[in-house]
Design a protein around this ligand. Structure first.
Ligand code: CP
Ligand code: NVA
Length: 280
């Protein structure tokens, strides 16, 4: 966190990765993650190669384990956005270079790291922070749970019934002493929160469930009414892209309390810190 902030403050550039290549293997759409990683890698001197299944032999059924071994012979790291977490695990098992999780159905760790940087800039003592999560128990929710183990902030989460996060991860986090409280009542979860988080109701790959989810998530929109229960100077956070009129109202999204574009900017600084941590 400290290093990412330092890199932000100094508009950090280096030749740490001079002569190295990073392959970005993306099976899902991306704006922020792709562009912030490509820019961060450029700032550190590396060249990037962007690849999707559609334009590689992966799309013609070449096994992932073979792809992992081939890419490891050319590149210095893989940055991967995919569906099942087991695909990342397979790349790690068969590849011989570092693999960075750029989002799976299970988690989005790089996003949560930059979200924590966004909080840290405002409240350096994270143990004094109460974060609310209002919405789906999806990849972002899982990564917030994981972060609560290491960073010791309070995490109050509300999900509709049937849309809870990974049960075994939650159990593990609670056993590790993470301060997490779960409910089905958004009002209860947001009460006194300093930072209010939400995310789309249907994540990438769940588009067919959109209508069903809109019904299940009724009452879970973070709007002006709900924000009244948060702390007086509470901030609104969203990893983006956002669906206004679904998980967040236009008014809250565009309000002075919204720090979503600081979060987006911090992706760049945090990616640099992550890459430096891997390569030094
Ligand atoms: N927040 C995030 O990961 O955005 P992208 O899907 O645009 O990369
Ligand atoms: N939960 C969202 C996050 C997008 C950055 C998704 O997986 O689509």
């Amino acid at each position: 966190m400290v290093r990412a902030k330092e890199m932000k403050d100094t508009d950090f550039r280096s030749d740490l990765m001079q002569g190295k290549t990073a392959i970005l293997l993306f099976e899902k759409a991306s704006t922020r993650t792709r562009v912030s990683f490509e820019t961060a890698l450029f700032h550190l001197g590396a060249k990037t190669i962007f690849m999707t299944p559609a334009e590689s032999q992966l799309g013609r059924s070449e096994p992932l384990k073979d792809t992992a071994r081939v890419l490891s012979r050319y590149n210095d790291c893989m940055i991967v956005r995919t569906f099942g977490q087991e695909k990342i695990d397979e790349l790690v098992r068969y590849g011989t270079i570092p693999v960075v999780n750029a989002l799976t159905d299970q988690g989005h760790p790089c996003q949560v790291m930059s979200d924590l940087l966004t909080i840290y800039e405002r409240t350096p003592d994270l143990s004094k922070v109460r974060v609310a999560w209002i919405g789906d128990g999806n990849n972002m929710a899982n990564s917030w749970i994981e972060a609560a183990i290491y960073f010791r902030f309070e995490l109050f989460m509300a999900f509709p019934q049937g849309y809870e996060p990974d049960k075994s991860l939650l159990t593990l986090a609670l056993q590790a002493g993470a301060k997490i409280f779960c409910t089905n009542d958004p009002q209860m979860a947001i009460d006194g929160a300093h930072y209010v988080n939400t995310d789309v109701w249907a994540s990438m790959g769940q588009e067919a469930e959109q209508k069903r989810r809109e019904k299940a998530f009724a009452g879970f929109m973070v709007d002006e009414q709900l924000m009244k229960y948060a702390a007086a100077d509470a901030k609104f956070m969203h990893c983006l892209p956002a669906h206004r009129g679904e998980e967040v109202s236009e008014g809250v999204f565009e309000s002075p309390a919204s720090i979503v574009f600081d979060q987006a900017e911090n992706r760049l600084h945090m990616q640099k810190a992550i890459l430096e941590w891997i390569f030094s």
